[in-house]
Ligand binder design. Structure first.
Ligand code: CUA
Length: 326
C-alpha cells in the first residue's frame, strides 16, 4: 500500500493512504482492475517480444551455420501478419472491450435522488456545496457510505483537477464548463485527495479530504452545516467576533448569522467542524489556526490570504471565536 508521509510525526490526515492501487469503492476498483489487467497483458507482450528478439539474434544464425538451410518455421511475411497484424488486433480488441466495461463501472447509474455535490476549484482550495442546501463549506467533502455520489466540478479561476484516488477517477475542474464524476466509498473512512493539475504556486497544497460516514451520520452533518453560526459564548469569543468583523476578514469570508458575507475565501460558518485548515495542509488546532491567521505565508506561501496585523490579545480572541464555530 502506498503511504504518503510528508514529515515525521505528521498529523494523521497527512499520512493517509492516497493511492489508486488501494481502491476503497467500486468506481476506483473498476479502474484499478483494468490497470492490473493491462499491466499483465503488457508483460506478456513484452516477454514475447524479448523471445522473438532472442530468436532473431541467435537461433537463426545457429540454424544457418549448422544446416545451411533456412529452417525457421515462420517466413518473414508470416511473422509480419501474425506478429504485426493479428496479435495487436487481438490485444487491442481485448483491451478495448475491458475498457468499455470499466467505463461502465466508472459511471455507475445513480439512484433516483442522488447526493449531488458542487465542487469549485479556487487557487488554492475547494468550495463545496450540496445541491438542495444553502450552505457552503470547504476542502472536506462529506459523503454517505455505499452510495454513488455525483460530483459536479467547475473552477473559479484556472484549470484544477479533482482527484481522490482511493474512491474514484481524476477529473478536470474547468472555468467555463461543468464536468462531473461519481465517487463511492465502501466503508466509512477519511480519504485524502489532491488537486492533480498544476495550478500555480500552491498547487501541491490544494488537498481534499473525502469523509465517508454512514447515512445517518452524514444526514446529521448536513443538518448541522445548514444551521447559522453558533453565537459566541463568553467575553473572549464575543471580543473575537468583533475582531473578525472589524479586521477585514468579512471582505473574503462569510459567517452566516453575522454581517460577514465575503465570497472569495472559504465560508467559515462551521470552520471548527473541519479537521484541517488551508486545504488539508495543517490540522485544525488553536495553535495552527492562530499561526495561519497571523502569518498565512509561512504556512502556504503565495496564498491569497493577507497576514493580519493583530495584537496578541486580538489574535487570541479571534482564535477562540473561530475555534468555537462548530
Ligand atoms: Cu489546483 Cu493544482
Amino acid at each position: 500500500m502506498l503511504r504518503i508521509k510528508l514529515f515525521p510525526g505528521a498529523h494523521d490526515f497527512l499520512s493517509l493512504a492516497q493511492g489508486s492501487f488501494d481502491p476503497k469503492g467500486p468506481v476506483a476498483r473498476g479502474m484499478a482492475e483494468l490497470w492490473w489487467v493491462m499491466v499483465a497483458i503488457s508483460v506478456v507482450v513484452f516477454l514475447i517480444v524479448l523471445v522473438a528478439l532472442w530468436y532473431a539474434a541467435f537461433r537463426r544464425r545457429d540454424a544457418v551455420a549448422e544446416s545451411k538451410t533456412d529452417d525457421v518455421s515462420l517466413s518473414p511475411s508470416r511473422w509480419i501478419v501474425w506478429g504485426g497484424v493479428v496479435m495487436p488486433l487481438v490485444v487491442l480488441t481485448v483491451i478495448f472491450a475491458l475498457t468499455l466495461s470499466a467505463m461502465r463501472s466508472i459511471t455507475p447509474s445513480l439512484p433516483s435522488d442522488p447526493v449531488v455535490i458542487e465542487v469549485v476549484g479556487n487557487q488554492w482550495w475547494w468550495e463545496i456545496r450540496y445541491e438542495g442546501h444553502e450552505f457552503a463549506t470547504a476542502n472536506e467533502i462529506h459523503l454517505p457510505v455505499g452510495e454513488p455520489v455525483e460530483i459536479r466540478l467547475t473552477s473559479a479561476d484556472v484549470i484544477h483537477s479533482f482527484w481522490v484516488p482511493n474512491l474514484g477517477g481524476k477529473m478536470d475542474a474547468l472555468p467555463d464548463y461543468e464536468n462531473s464524476l461519481v465517487l463511492q466509498a465502501d466503508e466509512p473512512g477519511d480519504y485524502r485527495g489532491q488537486c492533480a493539475e498544476f495550478c500555480g504556486l500552491q498547487h501541491a497544497k490544494m488537498g481534499i479530504l473525502a469523509i465517508a460516514r454512514p447515512r445517518a451520520e452524514f444526514d446529521e452533518w448536513l443538518a448541522a452545516q445548514a444551521l447559522p453560526a453558533r453565537e459566541p459564548s463568553g467575553a473572549l469569543e464575543m471580543r473575537g467576533r468583533d475582531v473578525f468583523l472589524e479586521a477585514g476578514c468579512p471582505q473574503c469570508h462569510t459567517i452566516r448569522g453575522t454581517s460577514a458575507n465575503g465570497d472569495t475565501g472559504p465560508d467559515l460558518t462551521h470552520v471548527a467542524a473541519r479537521q484541517t485548515l488551508a486545504a488539508v495542509t495543517i490540522p485544525n488546532t488553536p495553535e495552527h489556526l492562530s499561526n495561519w491567521i497571523a502569518d498565512p505565508d509561512s504556512v502556504k506561501s503565495g496564498t491569497e490570504m493577507d497576514p493580519s496585523p493583530l495584537g496578541k490579545e486580538e489574535l487570541e480572541a479571534l482564535t477562540a471565536y473561530l475555534g468555537a464555530l462548530r
